[in-house]
Design a protein around this ligand. Structure first.
Ligand SMILES: [Zn+2]
Length: 389
């Protein structure tokens, strides 16, 4: 009889005659991989700096402290609680550092983290952009249904067409799907296949899979068309070359102008009921513990469809109107943003920190899902620099 019991970072393997203790080694890179499987780094915005900022990938994780912002107090808390990895939503290092002398809080955090062997990892706009990420969690808190991306990502997809001998079409197709091709919305394994024949004449020194050197050969082939995220291009091409039997496979890759509907910023969804505007504003004030909700003029509409974007999302208010939302909720906006949308949509501003606070729960679920035994805790420090009188 063998029993395996997972408890904290250890596995106890027990049998009738012996008890053996194995330590599960979870490294910084394992936590990073788990987070990046969920929210791949290439999905971050061009201005962003997500990823491992401080630390060594091979170091063993003693515990993970989650936060929205890295401050000196957060690093102190990590040290005190025995967590040598901080996972933050906002990158500590955003602009390049030219020196680290402790002249500002970023440099002091870097010094303190290095001195105490603390690694710092950020998952920012990539976590904003994926299904199940920051904005989906806000939507969940509001009880929204039929949630979808508000501003789908553009210029992020490629079309692949490859010509494969009929005998190997299934193998190559499966290899492409395995490398990340063929996902459209909730569907996977999407491809279009048409049979025809290809021609080629192998030159001296070639070793053709079929046909003979110096003779024109006609081979019945399948043209497989499928779609892929642009950031997976190298992975897909190497999978294709590995699975394809030809010495020189013929394939085409071309950019798509389609937007990627399952990736992008902001979300829109529907309340399970209609409510009036003031009731809705009071509800978000309570759910997100907002000191003061700033909003444009009430329009007298019933609220049913809600668009939102955590953080600084004022630029997606037009998308909210196009999506038919009666209200747009974001973390922060300028005076003139509110001016522009006054009378067009109920635009509510609930605070940057307040809007994104539940991101820590997203991190916790991902890390616990991958490594149930690892210590993961949310910071007890409120890093919101905004106070309300
Ligand atoms: Zn933010």
């Amino acid at each position: 009889m063998l029993a395996v019991i997972l408890q904290n970072e250890k596995i106890f393997v027990t049998s009738r005659t012996e008890i053996t203790l194995y330590q599960i080694l979870v490294k910084i890179k394992d936590i990073a991989n788990a987070l990046e499987m969920f929210a791949p780094l290439p999905l971050q915005e061009g201005f962003d700096n997500s990823g491992l900022q401080i630390g060594l990938t091979e170091a063993e994780v003693t515990g993970v402290l989650l936060c929205l912002d890295v401050t000196e107090k957060v690093v102190d808390e990590a040290v005190m609680s025995g967590c040598n990895l901080i996972v933050s939503h906002h990158p500590l290092i955003f602009s390049p550092l030219k020196r680290i002398t402790g002249s500002n809080y970023v440099e002091r955090c870097v010094l303190k983290a290095l001195a105490n062997g603390i690694a710092i990892y950020a998952s920012h706009t990539n976590m904003d952009s994926v299904q199940g990420g920051v904005n989906y969690r806000i939507a969940e808190k509001l009880g929204l249904q039929n949630v979808r991306i508000l501003a789908p990502k553009g210029d992020a997809l490629l079309k692949l067409a490859v010509y494969v001998p009929v005998s190997h079409a299934d193998v190559v197709r499966e290899a492409l799907f395995g490398a990340g091709c063929g996902n459209i919305g909730g569907y996977d394994s999407c491809s279009y296949n048409v049979e025809g024949f290809g021609t080629f004449k192998a030159g001296d020194g070639c070793n053709p899979f079929c046909g003979k050197v110096g003779e024109l050969h006609k081979e019945y082939e399948v043209r497989i068309e499928t779609v892929m995220p642009a950031y997976l291009r190298n992975k897909v091409v190497s999978a294709l070359l590995k699975a394809h039997p030809y010495e020189e496979p013929a394939y085409d890759i071309y950019p798509l102008k389609n937007s990627w509907d399952s990736v992008g910023l902001g979300v829109v969804g529907d309340l399970p009921y209609e409510c009036d505007e003031v009731a809705f504003l009071n509800e978000i004030k309570e759910i997100f513990a907002v000191g003061s909700v700033r909003h444009t003029s009430l329009l007298g509409n019933k609220i049913k469809r809600v668009a939102l974007c955590g953080g600084s999302g004022a630029s997606f208010a037009d998308a909210a109107i196009s999506a038919g939302a009666q209200v747009y909720v974001t973390g922060e906006a300028r005076y003139h943003d509110l001016f522009n949308y006054d009378g067009r949509i109920l635009f509510a501003v609930i605070g940057h920190y307040e809007s994104e606070q539940y991101t820590m729960d997203v991190f916790k679920d991902i890390i616990h899902g991958a490594y149930p035994g690892i210590k993961v805790q949310k910071t007890t420090i409120n890093t919101n620099p905004v106070n309300y009188l």
